[in-house]
Design a protein around this ligand. Structure first.
Ligand code: PXP
Length: 247
């Protein structure tokens, strides 16, 4: 059974589009509330909730993270940059897992994943700190051998393979090649003992192929769920995605 982590960031994106200047991010007429969305997503079968507290606070605010932690009944996955401030925040919050994602140029590879090779010691220190606190670390990486091997070397238990290049190539000539890279990456990661997740750009169409990747444990999906929810509500959007993930 392939698990679904629902990324609620873009619910906050919509809220911030209207209420960026408001002193509070919740209450009264301030809508839509990402925490309410998370609860409804869980009710429809979400296996976990994912949020990204970005440095620029463009969508999720600190208060959203704490409210989500207190409210949800499934697992909380915090996407974060590998910075001292975020590590300290995560150790206080105690999410079930963190997913290290690039935030600044230096942490990013050419394709968009975390530069584990170039940031090896920084990432290793973060993995160790999280694991000492009982928090699972996932690394959001491109599906290439160097990144996968570095992830295993720093003892990250999970990786999240970046499906963005594949999703962007979906209607173009490179789709088969990008899918093959993901397939080989999933096999290599699994062979090294890593739990294999995937995310970015997964939608109701490409899920038919994405779900056939070997060794997949969980998918993190945001944009397409929130977009579908505008028309059907989040519960129907989650149910439909889960049905396509596990037909
Ligand atoms: N996984 C990670 C690590 C991400 O940064 C994102 C984007 O926030 C996603 C998954 C979800 O991507 P999308 O919104 O395109 O589904």
């Amino acid at each position: 059974m392939l698990l679904l982590g629902v990324n609620i960031d873009h619910c906050a994106t919509v809220r911030q589009a209207r209420y960026r200047q408001a002193p509070a991010t919740v209450g009264g007429a301030v809508e839509p509330d990402p925490v309410t969305l998370a609860v409804l997503a869980e009710r429809a079968g979400a296996d976990g909730i994912t949020i990204h507290l970005r440095e620029d606070r463009r969508h999720i605010q600190e208060r959203d993270v704490w409210r989500t932690r207190e409210t949800i009944a499934t697992r909380l996955n915090l996407e974060m940059a590998c910075t001292p401030w975020m590590i300290d925040f995560a150790l206080k919050l105690k999410p079930d897992s963190v997913c290290l994602v690039p935030e600044s140029r230096e942490e990013i590879t050419t394709e968009g994943g975390l530069d584990v090779v170039g940031q090896r010691e920084r990432v290793r220190a973060c993995v160790e700190a999280m694991s000492a606190a009982g928090i699972v670390t996932s690394l959001f990486i491109d599906p290439n051998d160097a990144a996968i091997e570095a992830s295993a070397a720093v003892k990250a238990p999970w990786v999240e393979l970046h499906t963005g290049a594949y999703a962007n190539a979906y209607y173009g000539a490179r789709r088969a090649a990008e899918f093959q890279r993901l397939r080989l990456g999933a096999v290599r990661a699994h062979d090294l003992g890593l739990t294999v997740n995937a995310g970015h750009g997964i939608n109701y169409v490409n899920i038919a192929e994405v779900r056939t990747l070997p060794h997949l444990h969980e998918l993190n999906i945001g944009h397409s769920l929130i977009s579908r929810a505008l028309f059907t509500g989040i519960e129907e959007a989650v149910r439909e995605m889960k049905a396509r993930m596990n037909p």
